[in-house]
Design a protein around this ligand. Structure first.
Ligand code: ADP
Ligand code: MG
Length: 751
């Protein structure tokens, strides 16, 4: 390895220039070179100086009007003040120096009439807009001849993610200092030359020059493409290695019991109140086969909301318990964990009372472990897990704790993946003596390239049908400002309840006087109710004069006073409630003691009350589409049709309105997920998946770059298959290691 990208910037640039860059997290040559321009200024377009915003980094094409040097009375030193104009408005340029002589070169260049590009951060001094120490190039002066100067002046100007202490032009200068002396040998390229050749990609050094010092638009575009490929390639190589390493690991085979033998799985199947769909059956067979191998299963199960993923997972868990192992089921919320434990115990009946009087001999126990368990209950659950008495341990993040031990962990199921990352999977996996089998379930179907990027180390199975006999769900948008529509909404809720059904009412906040949405204060345990509000990611809402978000407690009070709902029992559910209260609210709602449940998005994933037929979502226009789709998947799960009423404050014709309308029109989760992704930046997509990969993916876009990701995956897999430890690709190996370090760091920071 000859690369110089590990060199400290303090060494290359000196402490004075390197100091401010360190504030942006840039400490090595590589950090700086990977700090790509956010966009490029077009020097051909004059900036309308009237519109220059204070504090903004700008680039202005303008003509020098005048320039004067004077010594300052107030403090030692001299000042050069020039004024440039776009023909209508003026902008001051100010330079300071210890001696007037030091300003002479500027004075000589900034002669009236000359045209140049001036770049810097806009400030204001005594009512005049100015740039202090702007970087500039003058046409016909800075280059040897006029033609070269025009050429210089026509180049795109890189504009960097900057801060007030480190303006873009200073970054540009530092990059130039670092980049100019580099030669091919100084720069490590993780993309092998033959792969580059096949895809027409420039070398890493050429691409670095083109992205930081582009000659024209085409050159930075090509460079960006190359770096996107590189990001995808390194990531896919890392994933290919993970897959290959996992395949080499040993696991305990957990074969199915023979036909005549007593088995939890057989008893469970016999007790199921429905027949499995074809998809459930065939995915189930795949899982059964893989669990019987002495190699760890690594599988992602994705499927439409309500397609019955849970049953598939439970059956896999029972197979493992039948074979003498334990299974852990990791759920994203306490409510969901408790529900899974309840469902399991119900369906297993006496089989879940193994070791108890009257329990079946081949029975087992189901333990529940969540963060808010009392000390005694927690100890009991830990004991059951460690002794092996509990064949099935259901829990939240609490399962990842150091104290949690298993006698013989054979299968880890992660339900509704959304909020668990690779690291959490690894933490659980590490609890087995040998590698346990792993099954991950996503909450909604996800686009292929997201699956490849976020879950690329897993094989994928899909459930495409929902069980027959479902009456389906209809959705309507209700304008919040229209009292007649709101009245009609509550009347519909009443009608449903009168038929013996139940209603959810979802709000983004808990308390009416909290500024933050539910969970936004970080107080929520186990991620119980973190709404996926778009304004948090794209700056919509907040301070734009729209009404405040509706809150659970306020809406519950309002509903208790609503004439149409008179006599009904309205309950609340949110993440700040004690665990026992949450459980009891869910249980009372399931039993019908409460007919209306006002809640946060805590019910988003997996909550299953078949009698619930209607859902009212307040501020629907502010939620992410995938989350809304998940939410409404809570109704219409039984044989009665579901109804989802999306209360929206969005003005007709706005993107927000269009979004909710799209939701009302389709129940295709796949389409909605894609649409949702298109509305977000990549950081949010990957951040939402908590993959910890956001730092290594700077330019890659998981939706738009689908083909590129597929190409990179193919190439990376071929490279890794031929050379698993990458002995002949040290540069790729180093890039993967660096990426893992980043992920690790982020994981530790979050923990
Ligand atoms: P999801 O895929 O969204 O996790 P669930 O596993 O929660 O879906 O299943 C949704 C509902 O459908 C549950 O009430 C479950 O008991 C029921 N269910 C699952 N499979 C079938 C089936 N084959 N036939 C009828 N109902 C089913
Ligand atoms: Mg589910």
């Amino acid at each position: 390895m000859t690369g110089r990208e590990d060199e400290a910037l303090t060494k290359v640039l000196g402490a004075r220039s390197a100091g401010p860059l360190a504030k942006l997290g840039l400490t090595t040559v590589g950090d700086l070179l990977r700090h790509y321009p956010r966009r490029y200024g077009d020097p051909g377009t004059l900036t309308d100086m009237d519109r220059l915003a204070l504090g903004e980094h700008v680039t202005v094409m303008a003509r020098v009007a005048r320039a004067t040097v004077r010594t300052m009375r107030s403090r030692a030193g001299a000042m050069l003040q020039a004024v440039v104009t776009d023909g209508r408005h003026e902008l001051a340029l100010t330079f300071f120096a210890k001696r007037a002589g030091a300003l002479r070169p500027h004075e000589e260049k900034l002669q009236p009439g000359r045209v140049g590009l001036f770049t810097g951060v806009v400030s204001e001094y005594r009512g005049t807009r100015q740039l202090t120490h702007p970087d500039y190039v003058l046409v016909g002066v800075d280059a040897d001849d006029a033609e070269a100067a025009m050429f210089e002046a026509s180049r795109p100007i890189p504009i960097y993610p900057a801060s007030s202490s480190v303006p873009s032009w200073r970054i540009q200068r530092a990059v130039r200092t670092v980049l100019d002396p580099l030669t091919e040998g100084d720069v490590d390229d993780p993309v092998p030359p033959e792969v580059r050749a096949r895809h027409g990609l420039p070398s890493r050094l050429d691409a670095l020059r083109a992205i930081h010092q582009p000659v024209d638009q085409r050159s930075w575009q090509q460079a960006r493409h190359r770096f996107r490929f590189e990001e995808a390639f390194v990531l896919q190589a890392a994933l290919a290695q993970r897959r290959a390493h996992a395949a080499e690991q040993e696991a305990t085979a957990r074969p199915l019991r023979g036909p005549g033998e007593a088995s939890l799985l057989a008893d469970f199947d016999a007790a199921l109140p429905f027949t499995l769909t074809d998809g459930q059956r065939s995915v189930g067979e795949d899982l059964a086969h893989e669990l019987a191998q002495a190699r760890p299963m690594q599988r992602l199960l994705q499927g439409e909301v309500g397609s019955g993923k849970t049953v598939v997972a439970l059956r896999a868990m029972l197979q493992v318990v039948d074979a003498g192992g334990q299974a852990a089921l990791l759920a994203p919320t306490e409510v969901l964990a408790a529900q899974h434990a309840r469902t399991l115990r119900q369906l297993l009946g006496p089989l879940a009372e193994g070791g108890l009087l009257g329990g079946a001999a081949h029975g087992t126990r189901v333990a529940l472990l969540t963060g808010s368990l009392g000390a005694a209950a927690r100890k009991e659950a830990l004991l059951q897990a460690a002794s092996g008495e509990a064949g099935i341990v259901v829990g939240t993040h609490a399962l990842l704790g150091d104290q949690v031990q298993f006698a013989d962990l054979g299968l880890v199921v992660v339900d509704e993946q959304h909020r668990f990352g690779v690291e959490q999977r690894d933490a659980l996996r590490a609890k087995g003596r040998v590698a346990p089998h792993v099954l991950v379930m996503t909450a909604t179907p996800i686009p292929r390239t997201v699956a490849m990027t976020v879950f690329g180390d897993l094989e994928t199975s899909s459930l495409t049908q929902v069980p027959a006999g479902r009456a389906g769900i209809t959705s309507h948008v209700v304008p919040a400002g229209n009292p007649r529509w709101m009245e009609r909404t509550w009347a519909r809720v009443r009608e449903e309840v009168d038929k013996g059904h139940r209603a959810y009412v979802v709000c983004p906040r808990i308390h009416p006087d909290d500024d933050l949405p539910a969970g936004g204060g970080g107080a929520a345990k186990d991620f119980d109710d973190v709404p996926d509000l778009l304004e948090l990611v794209d700056g919509e809402g907040a301070g734009d004069g729209r009404p405040p978000l509706r809150a659970v407690l306020e809406v519950a009070d309002m509903l208790r006073e609503t004439p149409a709902l008179a006599g009904l029992d309205v309950g609340v559910l949110h993440g700040q409630m004690a665990s026992a209260d949450k459980e009891s609210a869910m249980a009372r709602f399931a039993a019908g003691d409460l007919q209306v449940l006002v809640s946060t998005t805590v019910i988003e994933v997996g909550v299953d009350v078949p009698e619930a037929t209607v859902m009212v979502v307040f501020d629907a226009d502010r939620f992410g589409l995938s989350q809304l789709h998940q939410l409404r998947g809570r109704v219409g799960r039984g044989t009665a049709p579901g109804l989802c009423l999306l209360v929206s404050t969005a003005q007709p014709g706005t993107p927000a309105a269009t979004r909710v309308e799209a939701l009302a029109e389709t129940t295709d989760g796949f389409r909605l997920a894609t649409l949702d992704l298109e509305l977000r930046s990549e950081g949010d997509v990957l951040g939402a998946a908590q993959s910890g990969r956001s730092s290594s993916l700077r330019l890659l876009r998981v939706v738009q770059d689908a083909d590129l990701i597929a190409d990179a995956r193919r190439e990376a897999t071929a490279v890794v298959d031929a050379d698993l430890e990458l002995g002949s690709h040290p540069e790729l190996r180093a890039a993967i290691a660096a990426q893992l370090d980043d992920e690790q760091e982020e994981f530790l920071e979050r923990a």
